[in-house]
Design a protein around this ligand. Structure first.
Ligand code: 87F
Length: 558
């Protein structure tokens, strides 16, 4: 069902389009805007996806699909995290002003509140990889079909997700052009050209960009969207040892983003053969877990590609002795999915909960003037408090809007997840103090303005730590160490994160998938953690009964 809002929007888009066409037709004078390049998007083998568009229109329109039971919680959200996680999530990302739904299924507008989090992580990661001598670059969004299909193994399973441009204006393009889903095949022909001798190595490039993957399964803001932002690093070395070392250095940076910035516990490990990037040698990842849904989620990946792509793209070099060799390559990425994991892990029934390290605004100051109070004095104290904190490097602002009550402002900033709120009322003014309220646990503390900066800094650190500790405790409570198939099936039904001894055979993993197929999706291996518990001699694989080789995490996943 198409809603009024969407009809309006579609009509408007058409109008703007016609306007541009008219401008184009009416005059050829230089400087006039023309808009003659119109995309006709075909996906994979030409599947029409209008059903998906409609599905999302219903979501964004406000009139389409009726919300099941619109329950009043009195907290600004109509669903609780425990009762209906999916609806809760959709509502939190919109009401928290991170996302706006868009009229194309699986595409979302990232609002400043989300982008500022992305930028903070980007600033950290960009500086770290620059210390490792990685250089930024930018390759085109469009890929020619020949290049895209050059590495067949790699593209085979992914082909249905590739989006193609087939038209410009009314005319069919002679050769359709793909939109990058990842850039191996875009970049490596040039690695072949740029790398000649050992002095050209290592070549370490990264790009911050968007990619498009035309997903067909249930799109979710940040977690599974058809266009997303990421960084993709692509490096080439003379030796495997250098490549191996970098894989782990990058993985450590990803752990740092999750654990130190987003306060989300992750497990570092290696992917199974079935889950390894096709065309690569081995894949490592950081894995997070969402207790509410009982699903694992891949946080970021760092691949060693070995020499497979070097072979395909002829990326050769001559060493010091004049001998020919092939480069060893890595590729690694993290994306805006990080933000979705953060919302899922920390958010609560009042909305977003942002870890101080990534919050655009770490602290909001709210005046609480009573009827006969010295309103000007309170406002001045708010402004002065913000100035003091800002000078100390704390991201603080005052909400001095006079058309909202203090109570409304509290809820509003709670919804947006600001880690710390400072209230200043007449009594605080008289006592030269402020009242601080933590977003994570609601704790209230009166702070003397004399010790403001130290106290606030201490509280922000405590919030950051507490968010991590609580998340880790919840995650750990979901871990089930088990050894038999019966226990596995039971644990899966209880939304557990399963650690089980495994024979490490691909067919056995395929079998696990087949045997757990159902409405909720099949179980699969998440990773084999680098930190391995002891595996006693004679331990059997939980799924095949063959001798176990390692402990591996299993579960349903995003
Ligand atoms: C979808 C369509 C086409 C994932 C795809 O992880 C190709 C692909 O190659 C594809 N979805 N992948 C794997 C991406 C591998 C790799 N690329 C660079 C990374 C890290 C950064």
């Amino acid at each position: 069902m198409v809603t009024h809002l969407n009809l309006d929007l579609n009509a408007r888009v058409l109008q703007v389009f016609l306007f541009f066409n008219k401008v184009k037709g009416s005059s050829d004078s230089p400087g006039k805007i023309t808009f003659s390049f119109v995309f006709d998007l075909k996906v994979g083998k030409g599947v029409d996806d209008m059903a998906g568009v409609e599905q999302r229109q219903n979501k964004s329109g406000g009139g389409g699909k009726k919300k099941e039971v619109k329950k009043e919680t009195g907290l600004g959200l109509s669903f609780t995290k425990d009762e209906n996680f999916g609806e809760w999530y959709s509502e939190v990302v919109v009401n928290g002003e991170m996302i706006e739904y868009y009229d194309i299924s699986g595409c979302y507008i990232l609002r400043p509140w989300a982008i500022s989090i992305w930028e903070i992580m980007q600033t950290f990661f960009d500086a770290e990889i620059k210390k490792m001598k990685v250089k930024n670059c930018y390759f085109p969004l469009f890929v020619s079909p020949g290049v895209l299909q050059k590495e067949k193994d790699h593209i085979e399973g992914f082909a249905p997700e590739v989006a193609w441009v087939t038209k410009s204006g009314e005319s069919e393009l002679e050769v359709p052009i793909a939109i990058r889903p990842t850039s191996e095949t875009v970049m490596y022909p040039y690695y072949s050209k740029w790398i000649r001798g050992h002095r050209d190595l290592p070549l370490k490039l990264n790009q911050w960009c968007n990619v498009v993957r035309w997903e067909f399964s249930n799109p979710t803001p940040f977690i599974r969207s058809r266009e997303f932002l990421w960084q993709e690093g692509h490096t080439a070395f003379a030796t495997k040892e250098e490549a191996d070392t970098e894989v782990l250095q990058i993985l450590e940076l990803y752990r740092c983003i999750y654990e130190e910035f987003l306060a989300i516990p992750v497990t570092k490990g290696r992917k199974s053969e079935l889950e390894t990037f096709a065309g690569g040698l081995y894949t490592t990842s950081v894995e997070a877990f969402i207790p509410n849904t009982g699903r694992g989620i891949q946080g970021a990946t760092s691949h060693c590609l070995g020499q497979n792509f070097a072979k395909m793209f002829e990326i050769n070099f001559e060493n010091e002795k004049g001998e020919k060799g092939m480069v060893w390559q890595n590729s690694w990425a993290y994306s805006t999915r990080t933000i979705g994991v953060m919302v899922m892990v920390h958010g609560d029934d009042k909305g977003l909960v942002l870890p101080p390290k990534v919050a655009a605004l770490q602290l909001i100051v709210i005046p609480v003037p009573y009827k006969d109070a010295d309103t000007q004095g309170i406002f001045d104290a708010c402004v002065a408090t913000v100035a003091t904190l800002s000078d100390a490097g704390i991201r603080a602002e005052a909400d001095l809007r006079d058309n909202y009550s203090p109570g409304w402002k509290y809820s509003n900033w709670e919804m947006k997840g600001v880690p710390l709120r400072i209230e200043i009322g007449p009594r605080d003014l008289a006592n030269n103090q402020v009242r601080a309220v933590r977003r994570d646990n609601g704790a209230k503390t009166d702070i003397s303005r004399v010790f403001l900066v130290e106290q606030v800094k201490g509280m922000l650190d405590k919030i950051q730590q507490n968010l991590f500790d609580v998340a880790k405790q919840k995650r750990d409570a979901c871990v089930e160490v088990l050894k038999t198939w019966e226990e596995f099936v039971t644990a899966l039904g209880q939304k557990k994160l399963i650690l089980a001894p495994w024979c490490d055979e691909e067919d056995v993993e395929k079998d696990v998938k087949a045997r757990t197929k159902g409405d909720m999706g099949a179980a699969k291996s998440l990773c084999t953690p680098f930190e391995q518990p002891e595996l006693p001699e004679g331990t059997k694989c939980f799924a095949s009964g063959k001798p176990a080789k390692k402990w591996t995490y299993w579960g349903r996943s995003y």
